[in-house]
Design a protein around this ligand. Sequence first.
Ligand code: HEM
Length: 560
Amino acid sequence: MSYTAAENTVASSTWAATNLFYVLLVPVLLLWYTYWRSSRRRLYELAEKLPGPEGLPLLGNALEFTGGSHEIFKRIVERGNEFDEQSAVKIWIGPRLLLFLYDPRDVELILSSNVHIDKAEEYRFFKPWLGEGLLISTGQKWRSHRKLIAPTFHLNVLKSFIDLFNANSRTVVNKLKKEAGTFDCHDYMSECTVEILLETAMGVSKSTQDQSGFEYAMAVMKMCDILHLRHTKIWLRPDLLFNFTQYAKLQNKLLNVIHGLTKKVIKRKKEEFKNGKQSSAAAYTEENGVNKDDVTTKVTSVEGLSFGQSAGLKDDLDVDEDVGQKKRLAFLELLLESAQGGVVISDEEIKEQVDTIMFEGHDTTAAGSSFFLSLMGIHQDIQDKVVEELDQIFGDSDRPATFQDTLEMKYLERCLMETLRMFPPVPIIAREIKQEVTLPSNGKKVPAGTTVIIATYKLHRRSDVYPNPEIFDPDNFLPERSANRHYYAFVPFSAGPRSCVGRKYAMLKLKILLSTILRNFRVYSDIKESDFKLQADIILKRAEGFQVRLAPRKRTTTAC
Ligand code: HEM
């Protein structure tokens, strides 16, 4: 078939246009690249002066992140040790400059700031899951939602949860009785944590819950695996490539499970709210006659520490308990009440905050409690001391714990702190630096555009701060040892304006849960902490699972 004159004209002009496009594309790309490099000149100049391992052209140090989670974690820790003399270490992931900080003075500079509050670019992988929830939002939205949510984790509200913490701890003890031999305690801790969150922060009563708690916990764990892969595998970072992988399909399935639960929780709570039904905590308090006067105690600092952070540090959770009998609402109740006018918070925003609290409140405490049980299993002498303290508090009684009891669990608290020191469930915190800063530790300048990573795991193992940092020693948190320590040398819950909003909730719940378990069982572990295979996940975990054995305690009765 031959071309007509008109077809020939069209073909040749298309060809000319294509040629022109390519002729123009090259200089445009060159121009763009020159502009991009020159706009980053300051970043390259300052980065040059920061210490760090050599990288490859274009890829930088991205190849350090190959292999499984455990290998990556091990490699990063070993590479970090090579730079022990330095207070900060830079790496490049492609064009992104990352700076690891582990000197308490530098950590203070970032965490105490009201300016450096923007989360790193990497947090965007959470978006399909958590939307603009408290963990990743920024600016005015974060500020107003933080102001709204922080009071729902006030000590006065938390005290109304104590009976539910006790009841759920008893349930997990009964479930654990079925375990003979070695098993992974994380599954139990995870399920129980989800159920406690549903009953307390979400106010959904046990009778309306179903099996979805366990399903949810498993989906969260798999979601974290996918997010972790996106953090470490450079080719999974762009959405364009990720969306073509099998991980994207799996992510959609998991999000259906996760969002399915949150939507169900909000729907139920809205219905209850409409019908004027009170929350599980309020109902429990009323039914069981919890002393209302008990709800107005002053802020309590234990052994020089104030619920998970150094006593010298204060945040918006440490406001004076001066509200008297004024009613404070639990998390979801308050959000629903605030949503009535639709001005303070929208339905979509409530969903994002519920997803955020369910994630942040669940996986972190599940890991913390599982590490604690593993360490008790290893250090039998330390476990003896914890049990001795519990015996002094409870004697032969199998009564539930009160708030006052938790204040007396001083040795258990030290063990918990030491667990969070050695195995911080959130091993790194990342911020995007929008303004150039000078590091107090070495006077070096950090350029705007850097992703600063607070390396909590490494910070907590500094030998100049903690003598024998690799040894599990609860006495590290004796008041006399903590007194002169830099406040920012212990930040398992972060610190400053973006500190963990669930810090007090977590500490109170962990004390009741773990004391209940130890009042009922002796814990054993055959794996020493030096042999733990730590996993570089979003949340720090053991790759081999949290393997422990339990034996019933002699004086144990059916319930405590
Ligand atoms: C042992 C338990 C916990 C640990 C170690 C922990 C640790 C942390 C850390 C390190 C951060 C800062 C993260 C970052 O900046 O990237 C954080 C933030 C947060 N945590 Fe926790 N957390 C725990 C339990 C909880 C609980 C029980 C809740 C809620 C019930 C919770 C809710 C949150 C929220 C909402 C944020 C974001 C706060 C903001 O940016 O304003 N966490 N947590």
